[in-house]
Design a protein around this ligand. Structure first.
Ligand SMILES: C[S@@+](CC[C@H](N)C(=O)[O-])C[C@H]1O[C@@H](n2cnc3c(N)ncnc32)[C@H](O)[C@@H]1O
Length: 271
């Protein structure tokens, strides 16, 4: 039986309640496209059968699989370039100067997908700031998608992923080739730690971060969720830390953040 309006409405509400991703009713066809493989794997005839199962709330693995199938995990190394240029030229040198005594830096790649953002930052630090070799550097990557976190931990990428944004000199220096894949060196992998995390839940925090990258995910959330997440990030950040959002995202209406424009890039300081 084809999915009904009520089935789609249930799925929209289901996703909203789990990941807080807000899906537009005009794009209900996305459910058909993205859930197709999940239906096949689970031997289900259609969306209506899936919805009946979800309504029972009896299978947490199925719930999680549906949430994951509806995320978009698009990412690449050094995505958008200008934020990384900003990090290299301004934000990292400033931080390094002010953390001279502690000799430690912590970053959070929030909604890290398969880890390219975290590893880009690790490569940049190792390549451009050799003076940090003896510092304690920690880059934490979190995402709601279990398979993305597993891939990020592996640090293995296919040629197509490598070809997107990774300069040859960094590929040769920080990856080893294994057949059709390239694997990040143990030194860089040791700088990064990946864990499952839902941005719409409070996350346990041991220490504040010096910098947070929260890119290309805020636009999936309704305004109230965006504000709640930004407020949480505010408490997770050192008073002199920075927040970088995606190029089409902004925290400008949020009075806890000061917007700083810098050439083509933009970042935020906690007020
Ligand atoms: C488009 S990717 C962005 C990846 C990376 N930040 C970048 O800019 O290249 C969005 C990521 O957000 C994750 N995501 C969506 N909702 C989330 C939530 N509620 N909590 C944590 N991660 C979430 C998705 O799984 C996906 O990997």
């Amino acid at each position: 039986m084809p999915a009904s309006e009520a089935d789609y409405a249930f799925l929209r509400q289901f996703i909203l309640s789990r990941s807080e991703n807000s899906l537009d009713p005009s794009r209900d066809d996305l459910f058909d496209a993205r859930l197709y493989r999940l239906l096949q794997t689970n031997g289900m005839a259609g969306i209506d059968e899936l919805v009946s199962k979800l309504r029972l709330s009896a299978d947490p693995a199925l719930d999680q699989a549906v949430v994951e199938a509806m995320t978009i995990n698009e990412t690449s190394f050094f995505r958008d370039q200008s934020p990384f240029e900003l990090l290299r030229v301004k934000l990292l040198p400033q931080l390094i100067e002010s953390r001279e005594r502690q000799r430690s830096l912590r970053f959070w790649s929030a909604a890290c997908s398969s880890g390219q953002e975290a590893y880009s930052l690790a490569m940049m630090i190792r390549y451009h700031f050799p003076q940090l070799a003896e510092w304690k550097i920690e880059i934490v990557g979190t995402d709601i998608h279990g398979e993305m976190i597993r891939r990020a931990r592996l640090g293995r990428y296919q040629r197509m992923e490598i070809n997107r944004g990774l300069p040859a000199r960094l590929l040769l220096k920080y990856f080893t080739r294994d057949g059709e894949e390239w694997e990040i060196t143990p030194e860089l992998r040791a700088m990064c730690r990946f864990q499952l995390g839902n941005l719409s839940h409070a996350m346990p925090m041991l220490d504040r971060y010096d910098g947070i990258l929260l890119r290309n995910v805020l636009f999936y959330f309704p305004d109230s969720t965006k504000n709640r997440i930004l407020q949480r990030l505010h408490t997770a950040l050192q008073p002199d830390g920075f927040l970088i959002l995606g190029s089409s995202e902004q925290a400008a209406r949020h009075d806890s953040w000061q917007t700083v424009l810098d050439g083509n890039a933009c970042y935020y300081r906690p007020r």
